[in-house]
Design a protein around this ligand. Sequence first.
Ligand code: CUA
Length: 340
Amino acid sequence: MSGGLGGSLPIAASEVAHSWDLLYYFLFAICGFFFVLVCGAMIVFAIRYRAKPGIQASYITHNDKLEIVWTIIPTILVMIIFVWGWIVYSGMGLNRPTDAMEVKVLAKQWNWTFQYDDGRTMMGEFVVPVNKPVKLVMTSNIKDVLHSFFLPNFRLKKDVVPGMFTSLWIKPTIIGTHQVFCAEYCGTDHSNMLAKMHVVSDEDWQKWRWGGTVAFGPNIGIVGDPIVETSVPLAGTAGKSNVMLADEGKKLTQTKGCIACHSDDGSARIGPSYKGIFGHEVELVGGVKVVVDENYIRESVMTPQAKIVKGFETMIMPPYAGQISDSEMIAIIEYIKSVK
Ligand code: CUA
């Protein structure tokens, strides 16, 4: 399905986008209906009940029946909009598939960098397989500004915040090249902060992943002329010459001295072990429980005193803020994720 009511919507390239569109059409229909109803009644009443000589206007205080009707109907309508909206929103964010492939997204003034688990990076474009869930883990440098990752064909937009990880998940259903915008004013070149998402067939994905060249599908909703592009083979080949992100992270925990205090086999050292913590809860001093996710790890590295794990109250870890770059942080997180 392409175009919306009078072409008001771009192509819907995922199931989430389709469910979003249905809700949009429903809202559009309600607005249209009430616009006609209210304006129609206004015109009819203005003509019909206009002041006429010799006719005295009657004084009306209220009308119970009418007031009940115009309270109940809008209440039902807004409840439908709320529940429906909640369901669509849950599909976008809450019911995230756990088996999703991850792509890291780094935003800076004024470009997008995409990084894969095998360490390969692309600037201004990235490639994903069709019909597979993909999770985008996004961040912006602490010294940079706020950006917003916007995929119109997917009806998805999420802020990319300095010093914080946010995520989005997509399951593209249409092969081709989709436009990515920055949707948060971020300075001079904000409007040129564009990227392309190439959705390829499963076959092409395997080929591309292992270093082959594939033809990307046609541009869908891309600014400018529709052209078919061919991929440029990336420097480095998946699984061969490249360093896996998690391996790079492991190396960093050695060079940065983390392993002096943190083990990866579950054994207790001065600090908590990395083993099996990602995605699980840890108990903090004071009894509060938090889930170990990207943001928790970043915070615990940058400002270790912010959240102290129960049993490690007396151990003082120096803050690493300013000593670890974004890409190093991502690699370290990837490593901790991999220690199961
Ligand atoms: Cu980045 Cu606007």
